[in-house]
Design a protein around this ligand. Structure first.
Ligand SMILES: [Zn+2]
Length: 129
């Protein structure tokens, strides 16, 4: 047993700030994407610009989809912090670990369960041991 694998209050607060910052950045980005979309629509009358406008539009739509999913995961992380479940693997109940959470604050599985899940999802890529 490694006692410092579970999060301390200071570590939890650091991660909470990290998650909140990322949510704030996504909100900023979403506002930017909406602005870009409006600009593209307003310039639509100009046939010279239409090709690059379509590319811009496709890009901001893809960005929106990916960002929505990330925002959902970040909000889920905040909920788990409130419930006191954050940093604990949803599958086996082990600590996910502070370093892993710093790199990926939306992680809900420990590295062992994550590896197992990926092996089940991609049987062709089974790791040989
Ligand atoms: Zn686990």
């Amino acid at each position: 047993m490694v006692p410092d694998e579970y999060l301390t209050d200071v570590e939890l607060n650091t991660l909470k700030t990290l998650v909140n910052d990322r949510l704030g950045a996504l909100a900023e980005q979403a506002r930017g994407a909406v602005r870009a979309y409006t600009e593209v629509r307003d310039r639509d009358a100009d046939p010279v610009d239409s090709a690059s406008n379509e590319t811009d539009l496709a890009f901001s739509q893809r960005l929106g989809e990916r960002d929505r999913k990330m925002a959902q995961k970040l909000r889920h992380a905040l909920e788990r912090m409130k419930e006191g479940e954050y940093g604990v693997c949803e599958r086996c109940g082990d600590a996910i670990g502070y370093r892993r959470l710093l790199a990926r604050p939306v992680a809900t599985l420990c590295i062992d369960c994550k590896t197992t899940t990926e092996m089940l999802e991609n049987p062709g890529r089974r790791k040989r041991t």
